[in-house]
Write a protein that binds this ligand. Structure first.
Ligand SMILES: [Ca+2]
Length: 123
């Protein structure tokens, strides 16, 4: 992992570079889809929160992480199957990163990035 300085414009720039962003989503999805069934279950998605800086940045407690996922699934699991497909996951990540960009604001912040963090590709 490494420590980087980021601000909202860097995150937004990354999100708006759709080719790079989609490639990241694709890679991320493949890593998270542990059982390779082409969809992400809540468990698979939530495993990710253990070591990902983008969630640590915004959330502290396990309860907060749980409630975030409740909200995210409510919103992005359009077919109410309890799983997210590639496209749904992409929308979710975009939303999470935009929320993060908003939270970071114009003040550059110093964050610790894990090697596989999406944000690492933004800096
Ligand atoms: Ca799966």
């Amino acid at each position: 992992m490494s420590v980087s300085i980021i601000d909202s414009s860097m995150i937004e720039k990354f999100i708006n570079n759709s080719e790079a962003f989609e490639k990241c989503i694709e890679e991320r999805f493949n890593v998270l889809d542990v059982n390779k069934d082409g969809v992400l279950s809540r468990d698979e998605l939530q495993n990710d929160t253990n070591d990902s800086s983008y969630v640590e940045l915004a959330l502290q407690s396990k309860e907060e992480v749980d409630s975030l996922y409740n909200v995210l699934f409510e919103k992005f699991d359009v077919e109410k199957k309890g799983t997210l497909g590639r496209k749904e996951f992409g929308s979710l990540m975009k939303e999470v990163m935009l929320a993060m960009a908003h939270g970071v604001g114009d003040t550059p912040v110093c964050i610790i990035l894990h090697e596989d963090s999406l944000l690492k590709k933004a800096v």
